[in-house]
Ligand binder design. Sequence first.
Ligand SMILES: [Zn+2]
Ligand SMILES: [Zn+2]
Length: 279
Amino acid sequence: MVDVHCHLNFHSFEDDYDEVAKHAFESGVRVIVNTGTSIPSSRRAVELAQKYDSPAGEMYAIVGVHPHHADKADVEFEGELQSNWFDNLKKLAREPKVIGIGEIGLDYHTYKSNGIVDKDMQFGAFKKQIGLSIELGLPLQIHNRQAGEDIIQVLKKYRTQLQDPPGMFHCFAGSFEVLKDALSLGFYIGFDGNITYKGLAPGETVGLWELAKLTPADRILVETDSPYLTPIPLRGQRNEPKNVIIISEYLASLKAIELGTFKSIINKNVKKVFPKISF
Ligand SMILES: [Zn+2]
Ligand SMILES: [Zn+2]
């Protein structure tokens, strides 16, 4: 199994990422992919990927600036303000263990801490990073929060230049229409532990279980988004990559596919979307 989107690169795993990774590897997770949301967290994802490099347990990195950080992409590093986030990202993206560009996209959710980031800045960062993925031949890992229609419009413009397949929507949510468009553009669809939650998430109109039922198994990817979105029955604890197994079990039964068969379909999907992953 592969957790194609998590954040052992975040502070919440600073003290015990090694233990957490080992638990995942012992539970049958072969590969962990850490995704960046800023330049520092992307850099950390690359560092971790370089540390783990054995058939028993591998890590890879996806690097990018999240739409929620689009207005603060330039950050201080080693005491100096770096005003060239895009150059720094480009450097990171060329590292051998970087398998994609993400998490990038648009986010229209109003966060308590700082509302919605200026939409022009979000579009600017999104398009620039799509350009980078095209230049380097890397697939996309898309973050969408309540912005599905606009994301689809942007992706349609780049359709002919993207990779084949173009990448994945991570932690999918949205309308049937957005799902249909994402699939027809060739994207794979990532589901997380929140699929085990009852009811609708704030701002959403369609249940994740309905979306998962409509997504063909050969287009599904499974991810944890650790430390967030812990699946039931562990909800309330910090999420960990080993829980990708619980999410897979839930999805397999939802799709009425035997677990072993489901896992082998998902592994095939991982290799299709991220050809640089070897396991
Ligand atoms: Zn996200
Ligand atoms: Zn994430």
